[in-house]
Ligand binder design. Structure first.
Ligand code: ATP
Length: 470
């Protein structure tokens, strides 16, 4: 069997995006109104995959660990939080606008595209010089005239009018620019209520909003997204070894979800963000886009707790029960956008296979724990009541065990298999006349189980079906 997609990465991404829409995984936001840029909705199959990703993340980072705690903090936070975090002053991207077409460009990314790395700490004036040097090339890349406004810093925080009943513009309240701040705000509550010893971790999956200048590349750069974060609180200066271990653990986790190791790599940031002392990305080789950031792993030292201690006036030191010393813990962070994870998992799982004699199939080779349905159940014929009744029995049995089980009685068996292949269902179970014992009494109460990846079929006793599928 061949995989024609491996040679055409552009094609593969557009096919993945189109399958995601056609088969109920991902829809453009507010589509019937012409769309809302940078927002996507997860459909019936997409939400299952998304929830399965979250479950897998939670299992690996909370249940399988010791001294890791879950959290779900409120989205709206005291306005001072974003001052303390550095976001109101420093969370901005450099922007220019084409005066003729009103097209906005993100200057650092445009420079990157023409082979120039802009230091994150560069001033607007310094960026202007670099931009001017490469203006013609950038204009050409974007099919623009070159009539640009000066470079300016554009803050990415999304403002809300929560509680501003007079419209007088009291202290602005922001939607979260990153999910992790909720963890820092609850660090003291967690220490007081759970009495953890260092090192301990706190895990949250939460929404983030950014006024991205040019949302693009499907789920990769959106204005609303979810982040899955772990924040590991450690003793000061005990960061180096723990950081290396964390990085490797996170990369290995993606491989355990079935992502091909050759599509993953580490990349160190040349310039680190204002809060970090060291930063590495786990990059994924996205079809059509190439290597880009999937997850960030950051060594944040004591920056966050120190800032919040100063701005809130609350003591956030930790009393070490062994040494009786007080100090501010350091933090190692991992942060990944669920949308990017979703896009990587889907693109990695997408395969087209030539079955010979002019036949081909599209199959999502998703890890069974991630697939929207664990298994699909079908009666061989939907107009034979005995078959339907028996199939319903099996369906109920499997649903009680796995929860997410599909019932599929449309079209012929071959079509059902193709349909389930396209949404990544690992096994299809068919109830036929053999199951009823009509053809061969020895086969009574056995079903056909078809494997998604090999296409092989096996007869399995209903009594052993749950174990077999597990
Ligand atoms: P980039 O450089 O691509 O803008 P970032 O370095 O600002 O990303 P972080 O602030 O470190 O990203 O956020 C952590 C993770 O959140 C990223 O690794 C990514 O997976 C996700 N993320 C960030 N911005 C977006 C976005 N606009 N859309 C979707 N996911 C995002």
């Amino acid at each position: 069997m061949t995989d024609p997609n491996t040679n055409s990465s552009d094609d593969k991404m557009s096919k993945t995006v189109s399958l995601a829409k056609r088969r109920g995984f991902v829809f453009p936001g507010s589509e019937i109104y012409g769309g809302q840029a940078g927002v996507y909705d997860y459909g019936p199959h997409g939400v299952e995959l998304l929830n399965n990703l979250k479950k897998a993340f939670w299992k690996a980072n909370v249940y399988d660990k010791e001294n890791y705690f879950g959290l779900d903090s409120g989205m709206f936070k005291h306005p001072r939080v974003w001052e303390a975090s550095g976001h109101t002053a420093g969370f901005s991207d450099p922007i220019v606008e084409c005066r003729d077409t009103q097209t906005r460009l993100r200057v650092d990314k445009e420079l990157e595209a023409v082979g120039v790395t802009a230091d994150e700490k560069m001033s607007v004036d310094e960026l202007q010089v670099l931009f001017d040097e490469h203006k013609d090339e950038i204009a050409q890349r974007n099919n623009l005239s070159g009539n640009f406004t000066p470079v300016r810093a554009f803050n990415l925080l999304v403002q809300s009018n929560l509680g501003d009943f007079t419209g007088a513009g009291t202290d602005p309240v922001y939607l979260p620019g990153e999910a992790c701040q909720g963890i820092y705000l609850n660090y003291k509550n967690i220490v007081d209520s759970m009495s953890p010893r260092l090192p301990f971790g706190v895990v949250q999956i939460g929404k983030a909003f950014r006024n991205e200048i040019s949302p693009r590349n499907w789920l990769f750069r959106t204005r609303e997204f979810e982040q899955a974060d772990t924040q590991l609180f450690i003793k000061p200066n005990e960061n180096k070894e723990a950081y290396e271990q964390l990085k490797q653990e996170r990369l290995d986790w993606y491989v355990s979800l079935g992502i091909k190791p050759e599509n993953l790599r580490f990349k160190q940031h040349e310039n680190v963000a204002f809060y970090a002392s060291d930063a590495w990305d786990i990059e994924y080789n996205f079809p059509s886009m190439g290597w880009d950031e999937l997850e960030g792993v950051h060594d944040r030292t004591d920056y966050d707790l120190k800032q919040h201690m100063e701005f809130s006036g609350t003591d956030l030191t930790y009393l070490d029960p062994e040494t009786n010393e007080r100090y501010i813990p350091w933090i190692l962070e991992t942060s990944v956008g669920l949308g990017r994870m979703f896009a990587a998992v889907l693109a990695d799982a997408y395969h087209e296979e030539d079955l010979g004699e002019g036949n081909s199939r599209t199959v999502l080779k998703l890890h069974p724990d991630l697939a929207p349905y664990r298994v699909a159940v079908s009666p061989l014929l939907k107009n034979k009541p005995q078959l339907v009744e028996k199939a319903r029995e099996v369906f109920t049995l499997l649903k009680a065990e796995f929860g997410n089980v599909a019932w599929d009685d449309n079209g012929n068996v071959g079509k059902r298999y193709r349909r389930q292949d396209e949404i990544g269902t690992p096994h299809c179970v068919t109830i036929d006349f053999d199951t009823l014992g009509e053809e061969d009494p020895a086969h009574k109460d056995t079903v056909t189980v078809r494997d998604r990846d090999t296409g092989e079929q096996q007869r399995v006793a209903v009594a052993e079906l749950v174990e077999f599928l597990k």
